[in-house]
Ligand binder design. Structure first.
Ligand code: BG6
Length: 479
């Protein structure tokens, strides 16, 4: 008997800026993703003191410009998802297709028409769309002209964007998320908040101010959704990295608790509970400012209180380990969230610490903290795939990774966790967010495209494609 409920939402996840390409088609404006250079140095480059978001094709590649050309091939791609038996498909709406500069009053109809078609195609196959309203792709103009999310005016612009897409699609789309990995700004505020060193990313007060503005904007989106249809489910989305103390030293245990508060729980606590947690002042004092230094509108706290999210979407790729007592402890090089090396874990090709049991722990921690449904909306293994001369990829390593994480979810369900669904990341190969590489692949579907932009863009099923189809068909029984 499968541990997964009958209506479990099996699917896959993508983000507009990482796969659509066609970065200027149909009146689309430039997003911050369009200004991110390709390659593993991209975060370093954008945090240079003189970085001004200029797109300079003589110096850099810009892989997000063309993505995998999903904009022109979405029908073929969604048909492949349907062949795997997807029950749902998580994707995002590029803000810049709807409001090219972010601050217009009227939306761009051509952009809306594109998503009409994407949604219709999902419906044709009985695939439930799950939409992230903002996934690392805010309009570049909102960064250049307004300084990104630290500016309160962004609330109005996002509200307009959210209202436009919610009103247009609420009859066809029941599941929404407000901001992708909102808490990731703690480590890299560029993608979610449009903050880099040259516009204030190093001053943590800006990051917390930006979060506050995003919390209010997200709460307004929840309200808009519920006003349109009280049955709509609007969730938050956090990056969760299960956090261990290296040892039983109480100093490390306390540091672990604090790391959990600062990274894993702060944003969720506000969005799920509708109020700032008790430890807020402590977090801010650590960076030399106080909650009262933030610009908070008269109605903001009531807006948060009245509009908590309906569910918690989260990504899970790795765990992290804390040791503040031993400064010489080896660091987990490559782990996105940092931390020290965990001797019990293997790492991916990119140094992320692979830890399926950590997912079971994450599910228990989140569910028992909030008692609201959870949705694992990202998980997967970024790996170098080596296709044979027929373009077949025997990606057993990916199957192993996913199998163990699915077992962990089944375990969490037996622990009593209410889990809605699972959408592994990059169900079709796409551009990596952190490195701008194509060679960091997650998909069940191989896309013939390399880091330099060469390739036919043809799609090929990997071994994991058939495997996942069987997983879905058996509702998680046949792993
Ligand atoms: C998450 C993001 O951080 O992880 C995705 O929501 C991203 O946008 C995914 O692509 C995997 O990360 P990366 O850097 O390997 O693409």
């Amino acid at each position: 008997m499968s541990s997964f409920p009958k209506n479990f939402m099996w699917g896959g996840a993508t983000a507009a800026n990482q796969l659509e390409g066609a970065y200027q088609a149909g009146g689309k404006g430039l997003s911050i993703a369009d200004a991110l250079p390709g390659g593993p140095d991209r975060f370093k480059l954008v945090n240079a003191p003189d970085f001004d978001w200029t797109i300079d094709e003589s110096q850099h590649t810009y892989p997000n410009h063309d993505g995998i050309d999903h904009y022109h091939r979405f029908k073929e791609d969604i048909a492949l998802f349907a062949e795997m038996g997807f029950k749902c498909y998580r994707f995002s709406i590029a803000w810049t297709r709807i409001f090219p500069n972010g601050d217009e009053k009227q939306p761009n109809e051509a952009g809306l028409k594109f998503y009409d078609q994407v949604i219709e195609t999902c419906q044709k196959y009985d695939i439930e769309p799950v939409i992230t309203i903002s996934h690392y792709e805010m309009p570049l103009n909102l960064v250049k002209k307004y300084g990104g999310w630290k500016n309160r005016q962004l609330i109005t612009f996002y509200e307009r964007f959210a209202r436009t897409v919610l009103a247009r699609y609420y009859k066809q789309v029941k599941y929404w998320m407000t901001f992708n990995e909102i808490n990731s700004a703690f480590n890299f505020p560029v993608m979610g908040q449009g903050l880099v060193a040259s516009n204030g990313a190093d001053d943590k007060q800006n990051v917390y101010q930006a979060w506050h503005n995003q919390f209010v904007a997200g709460a307004k989106a929840v309200k808009i959704g519920h006003d349109l249809d009280p049955d709509l489910k609007v969730g938050c989305m956090v990056l969760y990295a299960t956090t261990y103390s290296y040892d039983a030293n109480p100093v490390n245990q306390l540091a672990t608790l604090e790391q959990n508060q600062a990274f894993n729980h702060f944003c969720g606590d506000v969005q799920v509970r509708g109020e700032y947690p008790a430890y807020t002042e402590k977090l801010m004092n650590k960076f030399g400012f106080s909650f009262s230094d933030l610009e908070i509108g008269d109605e903001d706290l009531a807006t948060l209180k009245d509009n908590p999210v309906d569910y918690i979407g989260f990504s899970y790729y790795m765990s992290t380990t804390v040791d503040v007592a031993d400064k010489n402890r080896e660091q987990a090089s490559g782990n996105l969230i940092g931390g020290v090396k965990n001797p019990f874990l293997k790492t991916s090709d990119w140094g992320w610490q692979v830890d399926p049991i950590g997912l079971r722990i994450a599910l228990n921690e989140l569910y028992n903290r909030y008692r609201k449904p959870l949705f694992v909306v990202e998980n997967g293994l970024g790996a170098v795939d080596k296709p044979d001369d027929q373009f077949h990829v025997q990606d057993d390593y990916r199957i192993d990774y996913l199998r163990e994480h699915i077992k962990a979810m089944a375990g969490a369900i037996t622990d009593g966790v209410d889990l809605m669904g699972y959408t592994p990341w990059g169900c079709i190969d796409l551009v990596s967010a952190s490195t701008g590489q194509m060679s960091k692949r997650y998909g069940f579907i191989y896309v013939d495209l390399d880091d330099q932009g060469n390739g036919t863009l043809n799609r090929y099923k990997k071994a994991s494609f058939d495997w996942y189809r069987e997983v879905i068909k058996s509702n998680g029984e046949n792993l």
